[in-house]
Design a binder for this molecule. Structure first.
Ligand code: HEC
Ligand code: HEC
Length: 261
């Protein structure tokens, strides 16, 4: 059980947040009545740090799991009550994290080094339901088209850029769109990769990926343009030189020599 409340180890900030009003009055974390998975002898400071770490890790407020309202004083909350399903799930998560830490510390000790502590934030990164950006985009594409996925990506980037919640790197989006382009959703792959190009016009990989997409859907002009841009950013790339030559020849061959007689 020791590892259970180590979920927030190192979160010095939580301690700072909790000390403010705790001095004079009895802390809301003193004397817990209904601990089923956390150690019964957990100190007030450790419980406070654990709960604040949980809330921060999931990007939620206390009332996500506890009975109370926004704007209400925490003193009026009923923290002991078991009403919300999220609290029950959190209990299972506490146990899961303890299991994981028992395993990883055994592995770390084989390698004779201190274990990296797994905490809520290790997976959750500020989300109640931990998802990668790829998961969110796939969900959007289940019911929407490429344009919907582009809007979703932009909105998430607007909200979360600079946080640990989602990875907005060029390569992650390139990998995702390449998968779409190879699969059955080429249109969405191209739309998202065009967005990637807006954010990362300096990366040759973005342009070659687009060139391949345009080739697949039969748009030689745009493919040529993107291959040329690739070559500009990565001079001497023989594969791309070959592609450019082939498309140019093909376009020449298809030029309307077929004048009506
Ligand atoms: C993701 C869910 C979740 C969030 C968010 C959360 N808690 Fe908890 N909290 C729990 C769970 C689960 C327990 C019970 C642990 C156990 O059974 O050992 C608990 C127990 C407590 C207790 C002890 C209650 C008792 O009498 O047994 C207090 C006090 C508490 N939380 C305060 C807070 C505060 C303050 C916040 C906001 C900063 C917060 N919690 C955020 C899940 C959460
Ligand atoms: C190993 C990764 C991992 C860790 C660590 C982890 N979780 Fe989770 N958690 C998940 C996943 C994955 C889901 C979503 C399951 C699903 O898709 O329904 C989830 C879902 C939840 C949910 C339900 C959210 C919702 O609204 O659907 C709660 C509450 C939760 N976790 C609390 C916690 C707490 C508290 C901790 C730390 C004690 C924690 N989790 C640590 C992976 C993790």
């Amino acid at each position: 059980m020791r590892a259970i409340f180590a979920v927030t180890a190192g979160l010095a900030l939580a301690g700072v947040l909790s000390t403010a009003s705790a001095q004079e009055r009895k802390s809301i974390f003193a004397d817990p009545q209904n601990l089923q998975v956390l150690p019964a002898d957990i100190s007030t400071a450790e419980l406070s740090q654990t709960m604040r770490g949980v809330a921060l890790g999931l990007g939620v407020r206390c009332q996500y799991c506890h009975v109370g309202e926004a704007g209400q004083s925490l003193r009026e909350f009923d923290f002991a009550a078991d009403v919300k399903e999220t609290k029950a799930i959190a209990r299972q998560m506490f146990q899961m994290v303890a299991d994981i830490n028992a395993r990883t510390s055994a592995i770390a000790s084989q390698m004779e080094r201190p274990a990296t502590e797994v905490r809520c934030v290790t997976c959750h990164r500020g989300q109640a339901r931990p998802q990668l950006i790829e998961d969110v985009l796939n969900q959007t594409l289940e019911s929407g088209d490429g344009a919907a996925a582009v809007e979703k990506y932009k909105a998430l980037r607007e909200e979360f850029y600079g946080s640990h919640t989602f990875d907005f790197s060029e390569l992650t989006l390139t990998m995702f769109t390449s998968g779409l382009q190879r699969g059955s959703n080429i249109e969405a792959g191209i739309a998202l990769q065009e967005l990637n190009r807006e954010y990362h016009p300096e990366v040759w990989r973005v342009h070659i990926s687009l060139a391949e997409g345009y080739e697949t859907v039969g748009d030689p002009e745009k493919a040529l343009e993107s291959y040329r841009k690739t070559l500009e950013l990565r001079p001497g790339f023989a594969h791309v030189e070959g592609k450019i030559k082939a498309i140019e020849e093909q376009m020449k061959a298809e030029e309307p020599e077929s004048k009506p007689e």
